[in-house]
Write a new protein. Sequence first.
Length: 322
Amino acid sequence: MNELLEATTTRTNPGIDPSLHIWGWEIVVYLFLGGLVAGIFVLAAALELKSGEKPRGAALRLMPFAALALISLGMGALWLDLAHRLWAWRFYLFFHATSPMSWGAWILVLIYPVGLLLGLGSLNDGQRAWLRGKTPGALKRLLETLFGWADGARRGILVTSVAMGVALGIYTGLLLGTMPSRILWNSAVLGPLFLASGISTGAALLLLLPLEERERKTLVSWDAVAIVAELVLIALMLLGFATSGEVGQWAVSQFLGGPYTAVFFSCVVVLGLLVPLAMEIIEAKRHLPFAAILPVLILAGGLALRWILLTAGQHSAFRFLP
């Protein structure tokens, strides 16, 4: 009896039961930036594949390098959350095919060379000349080699960039979905949902840049598709919980009448998805761009989605403790 009392009253102390360690803002930042970078990779490469031309705007040409900076910030936030930070390099001693974390660790590494080649191939002659002038003599041969690869295998790099973006976007959801003890993360929908959200937030960030009219129209239409996909996936997630017994019904009740209902539907569904979707439909039909308010709402909604799911999922771990 005393053992049962101790287990049920003290196991929420992370010093006694480390498996109940709480993830904080660091993981929210990591998941958000990971999805954002996934969207940038997919969309930047897809725009060039669609048009058959390299990006014309200076800002869009530099986005692959910005994406690498953003994923570095995300990995820095992830590193801050690690309990044994100095041993993080051990992830790269082996590859475990059945471990989502192992897949994620290697995806995060492979993003860098792919993003570098994607970015170098996007540069125009003036930007390449500036980069050559800033490169020390000993590294100029390497730079020319990289330019040769970036140009010679351009289509392969674009396709690989799309694949890496998809893999990164899905991984950020699978990372949570592999923890069945967190009831609200125990859904196969999280991977596709985070990918769709990443593409939408990536499009939103690109829409903040000075773009050509053709590029903006394409991004707005692709973002509308991503938002519709998010809405469908959210509905499927809630329906899946509602039809999966007592545990699932408790999970769905957290968003349908429970403590997360107001913040989830106001910040994510309405302001982060429905309002931007309505704006994009109006923009497409009336040719009335909404400047910065549209992408800001989408970015805020994508951040809120991850923050709420992370918080609610960790809270759900305590609901059915013995």
